[in-house]
Design a protein around this ligand. Structure first.
Ligand SMILES: Cc1cc2nc3c(=O)[nH]c(=O)nc-3n(C[C@H](O)[C@H](O)[C@H](O)COP(=O)(O)O)c2cc1C
Ligand SMILES: C=C(O[C@@H]1CC(C(=O)O)=C[C@@H](OP(=O)(O)O)[C@H]1O)C(=O)O
Length: 401
């Protein structure tokens, strides 16, 4: 049993499609929850004019009936409202109008290499598909993965931890689900009010300097069963699969789990999460499980498998490549020096990127759950999960531990 997500669509074409194959039948979908995620991906101080045009919604055209999955492939459509302004330039069929080609590639975008590789004279034939507009389809597909995981007690949250040089302060305790309440109302999706103000000011100032800005965000996943993923084969190690999914997102240049890069300077005895019997942990938690942890340096992953602790993933997003004071480039038509294409652009996308990160992590986790628990109907999956948890004596970690 496997789960696949295919996206299709160009940034200024008629629309995007997400096809999700492999979800069980009987899974209840919440239209509002799906479209809430679509709207969350549009958020954040630093986004450009395009977000004022789009009002993203994902409409199923296959695989869903009366709010429940049917067990077959699900198709979701996301319209591009901006297509109305691009009908001639992006029409799937030949047009009368003379559409001038783009031949000034932007450093840092797919423009130059994509034109070489695919034999395009017009860079637009590359940038339209390379554009992170495609992440709207990922978030639509990811929302289905989230619905599946939520039916199995798994919840995913994200927040921004750094914008340019401004960092959110370290927390003195692990985050719990309730801490994320209201994060989407913050203009940069940051949990610290002071840091948020400084981040907003930084984005505003750098926009005036014609600069783009990168940053980092963190995704935390609660309620995972232990043993999702596997140590037996490199292709099944969950950390590897999650890293691939995160680094596949446009402008994402790094990923870390738990203490991540800080582990380089940590003595080994302090880098692991010691294992305690339940009786050793006087935390007042009445649930019985065979073991407890007091720390989560590993970010919920050991040996390429979830270990029952919250999964903690951080990602770094580079400053986006379209610069309003264009960088030096070459005119591909003449070979002469030129200024890079200057397009309408975002100048900071880290808050939105966190929502895309949630979707990709949800998709990888949902795939791994499908592989482990199988089932044609969601109740089959629930029963298989319950039987497995009973076999290993697992009744859940204290949330946020
Ligand atoms: C949500 C989101 C929005 C983005 N918006 C822009 C943008 O407005 N302008 C731009 O040049 N790049 C933008 N990017 C980044 C480019 O899509 C990306 O840098 C490009 O596809 C090249 O891929 P790479 O940076 O991974 O090498 C955005 C990325 C994300 C995740
Ligand atoms: C459209 C979206 O992001 C786009 C991603 C993007 C890029 O080059 O990646 C360039 C911009 O496109 P446009 O020139 O149309 O404004 C962004 O707006 C979106 O996130 O929905």
């Amino acid at each position: 049993m496997s789960l696949t997500l295919t996206t299709a669509g160009e940034s200024h074409g008629p629309g995007l499609t997400a096809i999700v194959e492999g979800l069980p039948a009987g899974l209840e979908l919440d239209r509002e929850a799906i479209n809430r995620d679509m709207a969350r991906r549009q958020l954040g101080h630093g986004r450009g004019g395009r977000m004022k045009i789009e009002k993203d919604a994902a409409e199923p055209t296959a695989g869903v009936r009366h709010g429940r999955t049917l067990g077959g492939p699900i198709a979701l459509q996301v319209a591009n409202r901006d297509y109305a302004n691009w009908e001639e330039r992006m029409n799937p069929w030949p047009v009368e109008a003379d559409v001038p080609p783009v031949h000034m590639p932007r450093p840092g975008h797919a423009d130059l290499v994509g034109a070489w590789k695919y034999g395009h004279d017009d860079v637009r034939n590359v940038l339209e598909r390379a554009s992170a507009r495609e992440t709207a389809a990922r978030v639509a597909g990811g929302a289905l993965a989230k619905a599946f995981l939520s039916a199995l007690g798994v919840e995913i949250r994200s927040h921004v931890t750094q914008i340019g040089p401004v960092t959110a302060p370290q927390r003195d305790r692990p985050l719990v689900v309730a801490d994320f309440e209201g994060v989407d109302e913050d203009p940069v999706r940051c949990l610290d009010a002071e840091a948020s103000k400084a981040m907003v000011a930084h984005i505003t100032a750098e926009r005036k300097n014609n600069e783009s800005i990168g940053g980092t965000y963190e995704v935390v996943v609660y309620g995972l069963a232990p043993g999702i993923g596997s140590h037996v084969s490199w292709t099944e190690r969950l950390d590897g699969r999650l890293a691939q999914a995160i680094c596949s997102i446009q402008a994402h240049k790094g990923v870390e789990f738990g203490d991540g890069f800080d582990l380089a300077a940590t003595p080994g005895s302090q880098a692991q999460d010691e294992i305690f019997g339940v009786e050793d942990v006087a935390d007042g938690d009445e649930r019985t499980g065979a073991v407890r942890r007091r720390t989560n340096h590993a970010g919920g992953l050991e040996g390429g498998m979830t270990n029952g602790q919250p999964l903690v993933v951080r990602a770094v997003v580079k400053p986006i490549p379209t610069i309003t004071k264009p960088l030096r480039s070459v005119d591909l038509a003449t070979g002469e020096p030129a200024k890079a294409l200057r397009e309408r652009t975002d100048n900071c996308v880290v808050p939105a990127a966190g929502v895309v990160g949630e979707a990709m992590i949800a998709f990888v986790l949902a795939s791994a759950y499908r592989e482990k628990f199988g089932g044609d109907h969601i109740d089959d999956v629930r029963a298989a999960l319950a039987a497995y948890q009973e076999r290993i004596g697992w009744v859940g970690a204290p949330i946020g531990a």
